[in-house]
Design a protein around this ligand. Structure first.
Ligand code: NI
Length: 164
């Protein structure tokens, strides 16, 4: 496994639509392992493949306190949402910043796992937010497009900091 360089806002790769994964390959397996390692190393709760320069529809998420609950989503699609939550959101591609974004409070996702088996995942609150944020990355969107108000500076390791 290896830590990959995270692309930052302004990099054109973050504005492109990622392509579906047709089949799992050794290269994608390695990419997924690297994405998890990169996300944990950076202290984030989610990372999408375009953030490491790969335009494929692959997302990793872990909203647990101790990095014990990795979720791997291949070709994810949001199939159901409900409710609303408004809160601060950040992104590993825009370190040290956060902004207020309103998202659904409940999100259901259909995807494939790392073995290309179909999976359904449901999340509320932070996990629902992470599903939306990461799938946006696959479509070339970043949270600042949906932000209410101004970007804010966050101190290092602010408790409410959420980087995805
Ligand atoms: Ni992000």
């Amino acid at each position: 496994m290896a830590i990959r360089a995270i692309r930052e806002f302004g990099d054109p790769v973050l504005e492109k639509t990622a392509k579906p994964v047709a089949e799992m390959t050794a290269r994608y397996t390695e990419l997924i392992e690297d994405m998890l390692e990169t996300m944990y190393d950076a202290g984030g709760v989610g990372l999408a493949a375009p953030q490491v320069g790969i335009l494929r529809r692959i997302v990793v998420i872990d909203v647990s306190e101790d990095g014990s609950d990795p979720i791997i989503l291949i070709n994810p699609e949001i199939v159901e949402t409900s409710g609303e939550q408004t809160g601060m959101e950040g992104c590993l591609s825009l370190p040290g910043k956060q902004g207020q974004v309103t998202r659904p409070n409940y999100v259901k996702v259909k995807a494939y796992d790392q073995n290309m088996q179909p999976v359904e995942k449901e999340g509320t609150e932070l996990l629902a937010r992470a599903f939306c944020h990461e799938i946006d990355h696959l479509n070339g969107h970043v949270y600042t497009e949906f932000m209410e108000g101004e970007l804010q500076d966050v101190g290092e390791a602010a408790p409410e900091e959420v980087e995805e």
